[in-house]
Design a binder for this molecule. Structure first.
Ligand code: URA
Ligand code: SF4
Length: 219
């Protein structure tokens, strides 16, 4: 298939890049919650603006706070391995967190901190408009699955409009617990199939939307 890029698509891509850069700049100077006072660097998130898959973790840890980039410590190395097994690289996905600044001592983010930070995540989701969102851990899961238990629903995709949300364990937890590690590996291994199905559905929908005299015939 020959990929063609129209002027409108190019403009759309530029708009996404600009919006993501605006969000990142605001995050870097954000004073909206207590975490601003203890962070070294805010961590807006990074990756491909045209990603089909977006992954949302909990919050920056020590190395992320030091470098200003998401998932660069041990959990990040494990995440890269999981992505590689799913045939994905960090360059083709977008990775961010529920809170963009490190909770001191890696404590859980507090409800008012998550609420203060949520508009940044919402703008990132709206700009990238990914086909799949993978939630990593229970804090990012709870936006789409309030009250659910991760042990029960991990790996079970749910539709949110045209998007699929796939809840998964947090790689930092799964790294050191054998049972969770097997589960997160299995859940990541499903991603290629889900992506292929979405692609097939999209192609079928495109074909069906063509005028009948331009449709490919199967006979
Ligand atoms: N854990 C997270 O939830 N996010 C990171 O960016 C790193 C570790
Ligand atoms: Fe702002 Fe979010 Fe950082 Fe709080 S965690 S200071 S809301 S960017």
């Amino acid at each position: 298939m020959v990929e063609t890029t129209t002027g409108d698509e190019r403009d759309g891509r530029e708009r996404i890049v600009i919006e993501l850069a605006e969000v990142a700049a605001e995050v870097k100077g954000c004073p909206k919650c207590e975490l601003a006072r203890t962070r070294t660097n805010a961590v807006p998130g990074d990756g491909n603006p045209n990603a089909r898959v977006m992954l949302i973790g909990e919050g920056p840890g020590y190395y992320e706070d030091r470098d200003g980039r998401p998932f660069v410590g041990n959990a990040g190395k494990f995440l890269n391995e999981l992505l590689a097994k799913a045939g994905l690289s960090r360059d083709e996905v977008f990775v961010t967190n529920v809170v963009k600044c490190r909770p001191p001592g890696n404590r859980d983010p507090l409800p008012d901190e998550m609420a203060a930070c949520a508009p940044y995540l919402e703008r990132q989701i709206a700009a990238i408009d990914p086909e799949i969102i993978v939630t990593l851990g229970r804090f990012s899961m709870s936006r789409w699955f309030p009250g659910e238990r991760i042990s029960k629903i991990h790996g079970h995709a749910k539709r949110d409009g045209k998007r699929l949300i796939v809840p998964m364990y947090h790689p930092a937890a799964a790294l050191h617990q054998a049972a969770l590690r097997g589960a997160i590996e299995d859940d990541f291994a499903q991603l290629p199939k889900i992506l292929a199905e979405l692609e097939a559905n999209r192609e079928a929908a495109t074909e069906a939307s063509r005028p009948p005299d331009q449709q490919m015939t199967l006979f």
